[in-house]
Design a protein around this ligand. Structure first.
Ligand code: PEP
Ligand code: MN
Length: 731
């Protein structure tokens, strides 16, 4: 049944496919539409294609045609971008529009989901395309002429630094002659000697942190940062032959490569990690030695270039492993003020109390947001520090220039390293929003939202202090990836009670995402009343949930039942749920309080609001402030519903605590026909969101079948939800 529903959804998505693609590409001309129609045909009937064309060369030919079609479309896109840049050149508009970018990403992800293509793949590709468009427009605004530049990088051919340098110059529409130097110092030496125009050096890695030596070089020499670039590092392990990992005696790589794969290397205790001057050089050395017991860590491209066999892909400890590079020149270059820029500087503070704070206040007071602050030892001055600081701003802008002047008088020493077009910016988070109201749905305009209540002054609980409203007037807003939970937004977390199969979780993820859900839920460790009931699919289920979340671009929430599951689960789950039955498992609360992950804390079956808030205090007291409360119904004498959903808890909690609170009407009522009305009521009562159980075929669900919504029921719930004013709409 589940499979049939998933299959019919797919067919429906297919038939919408061309309708969706056509309007998108219509502006680009009928030829493009035709190309797409042609190209999409063969994979739709993959079976028949392979029957007709047994010959793999034929298939590869088709693939080559698709690939050049993609490139032609990119060329057209770039033509349109150029036209837009010309229009912008006349005005004063900024060339980067975060809202528009977000809409573009959401639009292409929706198309991807319909076509059964990974939304996260499409998102990655489009982020690159958008960032390239911004660079293209910036280039035009700055009237850069093109031409060739000589660029220094550290390492051998095929090093990550070379790839990043290539990406940077290609983004500027330049050609380049790239030269690898053995050390960072040698690359900088070449720049200072005038042998090259630019040096591209790594400054920090999202897994291993800052690269000290490059900071030291920036401090010591008169260099200007004129640009930055990011590179997604994809480490693999390669050797001369396809040998078992257990036979390796040594692994060569740059110290950064070894550090970024530390956990993987621990799983190979017999292989001695050996530092090498760079990753590509390590690959070359392994190839030259010809010893099958020696392997190297580096890029798959470097492995291929040296004819090595990849033994294992993606071995870095963190999946999202990026390196940020700075582009250095001998002299600063002014950048057009319409281009979003960062400014980097080195700062030493005065020997006064609160000196750093005063410097930071200069920036925040003038509306400059800081993107990085790093403290480094001041050479020759034990226990004194220099600060390396990046903020969003352009020294060519009078407002930023004034702030820099003010900073000069507040600090002891300042060295401005440069203002340059920003590439590595954290994606802006957005509050959860509901889909637009559908025409014909009657808005419940008369319903007044009740929230943002006046807080009675001075009321303090003896059970808790940090989560008390008296400790913090402003609402706590919890950031989950790029999503904000709390405040004025409204967040819908939806998905099955239990993850059952890849098909079930993937189909549900796609459906709920397309109908406005922000987070995917799915239990993998299930707290069941009977030990004979389905207990969940455990870690294997977690892999399925995470894969479905990645594919649809939704963060995931899942229940953690035991102390020893916390660390492992925190590595991949975006929100850790503590279930009703564990609300007073104090060891578990303390453990989730130690990790840097948002926690969804459900109210206990028979717990008072005070006990619930005291449980939240256990988490917060350990240092983790990111708690989202969840009302899910309590035990009363009433037996018409599974639990009694206590909606008054929402208003009480919002008064007594600053933590966000959401409502779970699925467990709160236990019956699917009651879920939607209570969901609407929760929104009207001022809840910050909902947790809803949805299943492709609810009656066949392995847990909580009676309360799980079908896809259609979920769609109706969401449509109506958008018509109900929530606390964020209150004037
Ligand atoms: C659940 O969310 O699947 C769950 C078990 O919830 P609760 O802890 O509220 O019963
Ligand atoms: Mn459940």
């Amino acid at each position: 049944m589940a499979r049939r529903i998933a299959a019919s959804l797919r067919v429906a998505a297919m038939s919408e496919r061309l309708a969706q693609v056509a309007p998108m590409t219509a502006a680009a001309g009928p030829a493009v539409v035709e190309t797409l129609v042609e190209r999409t045909q063969p994979d739709r009937e993959a079976g028949s294609v392979s029957e007709q064309q047994q010959d793999i060369t034929g298939l590869r030919q088709s693939l080559d045609e698709v690939d050049s079609g993609i490139v032609r479309l990119i060329a057209r896109r770039s033509g349109i971008i150029a036209a837009i840049a010309e229009v912008k050149e006349q005005g004063s508009a900024l060339i980067q529009d975060a809202d528009r970018e977000r809409r573009v990403l959401a639009g292409v992800e929706a198309v991807a989901t319909d076509l059964g293509v990974s939304a996260s793949l499409v998102r990655r590709i489009f982020r690159e395309l958008i960032s390239d468009s911004v660079a293209q427009q910036a280039r035009m605004l700055n009237e850069e002429a093109g031409g060739r530049v000589r660029v220094a990088f550290q390492g051998a051919a095929h090093a990550y630094s070379e790839a990043a340098a290539q990406k940077y110059i290609a983004g500027r529409g330049l050609g380049g002659d790239l030269t690898g130097y053995r050390t960072f110092r040698a690359a900088v030496g070449a720049l200072l000697a005038g042998d090259v125009d630019l040096a591209v050096l790594p400054i920090e890695n999202t897994t291993a942190g800052s690269i000290n030596e490059v900071y030291a070089l920036l401090r010591e020499h008169e260099l200007s940062i004129v640009g930055e670039e990011t590179w997604k590092v994809n480490h693999c392990l390669a050797a001369v032959a396809d040998v078992p990992l257990s036979s390796l005696s040594r692994v060569l790589s740059h110290p950064q490569g070894l550090e970024q794969c530390a956990q993987f290397l621990q799983s190979l205790p017999q292989a001695v990690p050996t530092t090498y001057f760079d990753t590509a050089g390590a690959m070359r050395a392994v190839a030259a030695a010809g010893d099958p017991t020696v392997a190297a860590i580096g890029s798959p491209e470097a492995a291929a270039a040296h004819g090595l066999v990849v033994l294992r892909h993606n071995i870095a400890d963190a999946e999202d492993n990026y390196t940020r590079f700075v582009v250095l020149a001998a002299a600063a270059a002014a950048v057009d003020v319409r281009i979003p820029c960062k400014t980097s500087l080195i700062l030493a503070t005065r020997h006064e109390e609160g000196a750093l704070l005063r410097c930071l206040e200069v920036l925040s007071g003038s509306g400059h947001s800081m993107t990085k602050l790093e403290s480094r030892p001041r050479p020759g001055r034990p226990w004194e520090y220099l600060f390396f600081l990046d903020f969003e701003g352009n020294a060519a802008d009078p407002r930023t220039a004034a702030a820099l002047d003010e900073l000069r008088s507040a600090a002891l020493y300042i060295k401005v390293l440069g203002s340059y077009p920003a590439k590595a910016l954290r994606h802006r988070a957005r509050p959860g929003e509901l889909p637009d109201r559908q025409p014909g749905e009657s808005p419940v305009d008369a319903l007044e939202a009740v929230a943002a209540v006046e807080v009675p002054a001075g009321r303090r609980s003896r059970q808790y202090k940090l989560v008390d409203r008296a400790a913090r007037q402003a609402d706590t807003i919890v950031r989950v990836g790029d999503l904000l939970v709390g405040g004025d937004g409204f967040v819908v977390m939806a998905g099955p009670c239990s993850v059952e199969s890849a098909e079930q979780i993937t189909a549900t993820a796609r459906f709920v995402r397309d109908h406005g859900a922000h987070v995917l839920r799915g239990g993998v460790f299930k707290p069941r009343t009977s030990p004979y009931a389905f207990q969940g699919r455990g870690w294997e289920g977690l892999d399925l949930l995470v894969a479905a979340g990645r594919e649809t671009g939704l963060p995931v929430v899942t229940e953690v039942m035991a102390v020893d599951q916390v660390q492992r689960m925190a590595k991949v789950a975006d929100i850790l749920q503590v279930g009703a039955r564990n609300m007073q498992n104090f060891d578990l609360l303390r453990e989730v309080g130690k990790v840097d992950r948002p926690v969804l804390l459900k109210r206990g079956l028979s717990s008072t609001i005070e006990e619930w808030l005291a449980a939240a205090e256990y988490v917060v007291a350990q240092g983790n402030q990111q708690v989202i409360l969840c009302e899910r119904g309590i035990r009363t004498f009433e037996s018409a519903t599974r639990n009694t959903l206590d909606l008054s808890a929402v208003v009480v909690v919002r008064e007594r605590s600053h933590l966000p609170v959401i409502v779970d009407p699925s467990h709160g009522t236990g019956l699917r026909r009651y879920v939607a009305p209570m969901a609407w009521a929760a929104r009207a009562a001022g809840a910050h969101g909902l947790l809803i159980e949805v299943h492709p075929s609810p009656e066949e669900a392995l847990s909580d079948a009676e309360q799980s919504l079908s896809f259609e029921e979920f769609a109706v719930l969401m449509r109506r939800l958008a018509t109900i004013p929530g606390s964020g709409d209150a004037a």
